[in-house]
Write a protein that binds this ligand. Structure first.
Ligand code: DGL
Length: 357
């Protein structure tokens, strides 16, 4: 017969063992901070079948975390609500705030990785900006959703779960800023949103995604070869603003109005999103050369979306003193040119940067 005092001792011993086991388990898990900025992943619709016409950026980060209790099995998760916006409203000031917060957190020994929940409309842009300014090898993973949290088969929870796994994965260290969407791992530089509404919208069409999620693990099969994070020459620590750089779209019958207006509004750089291989219509070229003569840096990009924008291909960049965007799409070329202009106005140096990052 076991005495009452022995029963109590056994009970306490069991509780102690369970507590120590739980603490040991927690100690093994990576520490991942989720920085929430808004978007559809935090969105709500009026019914479970509302997958368009919902309201983005309505749910807070703690609610997002509580909605996926499985996160606690793969990481020690903390959350911060950095912004609560639809990502079409993301601006340079948001990027500077976010980039500085990421760098502060990653400098802490108790942070192993960061997940940023974000609207999908400009997710690729924020990812590429951070790819150029984060000063750590620790994983930074952007994640969003194509359906609001209230929808049937909402993709936010599984995307968030995968993103947290990735942010805590040793394999993700040193890979640059990553995007986790639809069970796939993408590099910030080359991924784009390729569909307005379907869950498989994020693709790295020709240059190739980096890997997959399967069975609660991240699997890498490729890695980017362009410089990123600690390897870049950009530092936003002392910056309070970014140079104004805008995009002029090319199309049949285009005229000089937009380029002239951008320059008049104070643009320090203009990305020309040309047709084909960045072709310049005869009616636009004089506006671009006039802008260049005023010191505005002109980058020739392409609206096409894939392929190398060849220097001296469809225009004599050497003679015009323009920069070729290489394989960056116009919205990412804008980001690189903004950061380049914080360092130099030399088109020779800026062209080197477009071949480096
Ligand atoms: N307003 C869009 C945004 O915040 C919603 C799209 C989304 O997040 O999937 O980017």
């Amino acid at each position: 017969m076991i005495s009452p005092s022995r029963c109590i001792n056994l009970l306490f011993a069991s509780i102690l063992l369970l507590t120590l086991s739980a603490q040991a388990q927690t100690a093994k898990l990576p520490n991942v901070t989720i920085l929430a900025t808004g978007g559809t992943i935090a969105g709500t619709g009026s019914t479970s079948t509302t997958t368009v016409g919902y309201t983005a950026a309505t749910i807070g980060v703690q609610t997002l975390i509580r909605a996926v209790p499985e996160l606690a099995k793969v990481a020690n998760v903390t959350g911060e609500q950095v912004f609560q916006i639809a990502s079409e409203n993301m601006g340079n000031e948001h990027w500077l705030t976010l980039g500085k917060r990421v760098n502060v957190l990653l400098a802490q020994d108790n942070v192993d990785g960061i997940v940023i929940t974000h609207g999908t409309d400009t997710l690729e842009e924020t990812a590429y900006f951070l790819n150029l300014v984060v000063k750590s090898r620790k994983p930074v993973v952007l994640v969003g959703a194509m359906r609001p949290s209230t929808a049937l088969s909402a993709d936010g929870p599984i995307n968030l779960y995968n993103a947290v796994i990735l942010a805590g994965s040793p394999e993700a260290v040193g890979k640059g800023v990553l995007v986790a969407m639809g069970d796939q791992i993408h590099a910030a530089r080359d991924v784009s949103k390729t569909n307005t509404s379907t869950p498989d919208a994020f693709k790295t069409t020709e240059l190739g995604m980096l890997g997959y999620f399967q069975g609660n693990r991240a699997f890498f099969y490729h890695q980017t070869i362009r410089k990123h994070t600690l390897e870049t020459e950009f530092d936003i620590g002392a910056l309070t603003s970014l140079p104004q750089v805008d995009i002029a779209y090319g199309y049949a019958n285009v005229g000089p109005v937009v380029v002239n207006a951008l320059v008049a509004a104070g643009a320090k750089g203009v990305i020309h999103a040309g047709v084909g291989d960045g072709s310049l219509a005869a009616k636009v070229l004089p506006a671009l050369t006039a802008a260049r003569a005023k010191g505005v840096v002109i980058v020739r990009a392409s609206r096409v979306g894939q392929g190398i924008l060849a220097r001296n291909g469809e225009a004599n960049d050497d003679a015009l003193d323009f920069v070729a965007a290489d394989t960056l799409n116009p919205q990412k070329a804008r980001i690189l040119l903004m950061l380049a202009l914080t360092k130099t106005t030399s088109t020779r140096e800026i062209q080197r940067m477009f071949y480096t990052y």
